[in-house]
Design a protein around this ligand. Structure first.
Ligand code: NDP
Length: 283
């Protein structure tokens, strides 16, 4: 079904989102602070609005993708939001989402908050995901249109949930990158081929270890951190060994040290018999 959709914010991400909606056959109106960025989209059939208010007026679904929440408030200030669904895909914090929902609600609009789990090049490609939270009727009304941009997953009526899950997924990613960077620095110090190490050893190892995560989660949900895999004393000693090896190779273990600190703290509490999953209680 073809919808009237407005996209406010044509940075790298907003442009990709608008392009995917045009491609899917929707009537797309766009607005950007720097209007020239709209040119390629207009060439593909989008309508350029002169002001945010005009853009909002043109559609019942308004997708916003700007720098941050203050810029969203600034841009939507004078827009006629009544009767419209605002899907704010700007990255924010969980606490900002309910404030934005209330602000939109006071103006008669319905609100969805979103977290984009993709880079612009992934939009409309397999693997792209956008998390939504907030108004369920709004999500159900536009679920099909959202699907043109990326797989759309509704995470509940708690407006901050999409943002929280987005940040949690980014946290997992940064942790994985931190480990990978330390591993690569160590391997580089020994002049072993980095690409071979990465593709043949590191990636399969990380995948195998990721497969253990549900077992950890079961322990955490049960609050039972006993282990038959490897206890914290073994991990404490392993970390000490790691850090020493890094020093001997002339590589800084800076991204590993926070993990060592938390393991040491847990062991100092007399919980050396527990598994790594128990570290969650230290956070
Ligand atoms: P860009 O820097 O490419 O674009 C930023 C956009 O915000 C531009 O349209 C810019 O307008 C606009 N803007 C900034 N400040 C203001 C303001 N005060 N008033 C009006 N407009 C303003 O960023 P992205 O497109 O990459 O990111 C946009 C959002 O998408 C961010 O929240 C980001 O976290 C999120 N996101 C981005 C991803 C990515 O890989 N790029 C991945 C996941 C989420 P102008 O063109 O005039 O400067």
């Amino acid at each position: 079904m073809s919808e009237n959709i407005s996209v406010l914010g044509l940075g790298l991400m907003g442009t990709a989102l608008a392009a995917s909606l045009i491609e899917a056959g929707h009537h797309v109106t766009v607005w950007n602070r720097t209007p020239a960025k709209a040119d390629p989209l207009v060439a593909r059939g989008a309508t350029l609005a002169a002001t945010p208010a005009q853009a909002v007026d043109a559609s019942s679904l308004v997708i916003v993708c700007l720098l941050d929440y203050p810029s969203v408030l600034e841009v939507l200030q004078d827009a006629p939001l009544a009767g419209r669904v605002v899907a704010n895909l700007t990255t924010g914090r969980p606490a900002e989402a309910p404030e934005m929902a209330a602000w939109v609600g006071e103006r008669g609009g319905d609100y969805l908050d979103g977290g984009i789990m993709a880079v612009p090049q992934m939009i409309a490609q397999p693997g792209a995901l956008i998390l939504y939270s907030g108004s369920r009727p709004a999500f159900e009304r536009y679920e099909q249109a959202f699907g043109a941009m990326a797989a759309a997953r509704y995470t509940g009526e708690d407006t901050g949930m999409a943002s929280l899950l987005d940040l949690a997924m980014l946290t997992g990613m940064y942790g994985q990158m931190a480990g990978a960077l330390e591993a690569l620095a160590l391997v580089r110090s020994a002049k072993y081929p980095l690409m071979e190490f990465t593709t043949e050893l590191l990636i399969p190892w990380i995948n195998a270890m990721s497969a253990q995560l549900p077992r950890w989660v079961a322990d955490i949900e049960a609050g039972d951190y006993r282990t038959e895999v490897s206890n914290l004393e073994i991990n404490r000693s392993g970390m000490e060994n790691l850090v020493r090896a890094f020093e001997e190779q002339g590589v800084k273990p800076d991204l590993l040290l926070p993990m060592k600190t938390v393991i040491d703290r847990r062991v100092a509490r007399g919980l050396a018999h527990e598994g790594l999953s128990g570290l969650i209680e230290e956070l």
